[in-house]
Design a protein around this ligand. Structure first.
Ligand code: GRG
Length: 300
């Protein structure tokens, strides 16, 4: 009798392999940039680590839709470029004014504000170049749709719009609807573009695209709720106290509005719903299902 073969999906191995592929692609993505000083500032933030969740979502969605993930790699890189540029700009003195990002000095602390702004601008435009000019083997009409997704996710209907409302609401309490608006735009829009673009490259059906939009909304909100919870619990651990920093700070968070327990329950419900809509595609959905769970179980 043949030995039993385990078909269980090994998410740890999947994540490690996907991260390695993404890191390699990111590392080689910034070849032709000149001047060298600009290239250095772009690379500093692009290769600074991070979970690489967005590009991995793009690759996983492409595979779920029956596509070749290699064809989606330039788009996956583009997603991380947009994410990185948004972090560079978010850290600037005019915005969050942060000194550290991913455990290292922020881009403007190393290269100065002007260079950091320009490195961000160059990464944003380079992302569109990756899709439009550096995606061999993908039909042009699909790339055009991806360019549209990128534009919607980056601009006023996405990250920029969310950031503006966030800045306008700084230092005052907002209601749950406003908090959700901010997160759906600042975080959800790009996560949605990641999964939809990966699926578009594979030529996904309208039904699958609709399911992936629901999936992305669920994981996007859950991601942010968990972020807020981690802010509270991580600072509690560090301080050895029960009162976390965000409960005392001005910023509105889910734990502040709903309490820790209800926030956790809501994140779990959103992830369950996100996973449920992929049921008809369950044969190829293991990575996206595991990524949804990863979002609620992560500790960073
Ligand atoms: C895109 C044109 C354009 C402008 C950007 C500054 C700005 C406008 C928007 C701010 C967007 C922002 C900083 C959103 C927060 C997103 C978020 C949840 C970041 C943390 O993501 P992780 O945990 O980070 O995936 P790592 O480091 O793992 O990549």
């Amino acid at each position: 009798m043949a030995p039993a073969v385990s078909t269980a999906f090994d998410f740890t191995a999947y994540l490690e392999a996907a991260r390695w592929r993404v890191e390699t692609a990111l590392d080689t993505s910034l070849g032709p940039e000149r001047p060298e000083s600009l290239r250095e500032a772009m690379r500093y933030s692009l290769l600074a680590g991070g979970k690489r969740l967005r590009p991995i979502l793009t690759l996983a969605a492409c595979e779920l839709a029956g596509g070749d993930a290699d064809l989606a790699m330039p788009t996956a890189v583009a997603m991380e470029m947009i994410h990185t540029m948004s972090l560079i700009h978010d850290d600037l003195p005019a915005m969050d004014n942060d000194d550290l990002r991913r455990g290292r000095p922020t881009n403007h602390k190393v290269y100065g504000e002007a260079k950091a702004i320009l490195a961000g601008d160059a990464l944003l435009t380079r992302a569109f170049e990756m899709v439009a000019l550096r995606s061999p083997g993908v039909p042009p009409e699909r790339l055009l749709q991806v360019v549209g997704e990128l534009a919607l996710a980056s601009g006023a209907p996405g990250l920029v719009g969310g950031q503006v409302v966030d800045l306008e609401c700084e230092a005052r309490q907002v209601d749950l609807d406003t908090l959700e608006y901010i997160h759906l735009h600042k975080t959800g829009a790009l996560l949605r573009a990641c999964v939809i673009s990966g699926a578009l490259i594979a030529g996904a059906s309208e039904e699958l695209l609709a399911a992936l939009r629901t999936y992305a909304r669920g994981i996007g909100l859950a991601f942010q709720i968990i972020d807020d919870i981690l802010d509270v619990t991580a600072s509690s651990d560090v301080l050895g106290k029960t009162a976390g920093k965000d409960l005392a700070a001005d910023k509105t968070t889910y734990p502040k509005l709903l309490g820790l327990e209800e926030s956790r329950r809501r994140a779990d419900a959103l992830v369950s719903e996100a996973k449920a809509v992929l049921e008809p595609w369950s044969a190829n959905a293991a990575p996206l299902l595991a990524l949804a769970d990863y979002i609620t179980s992560r500790d960073r």
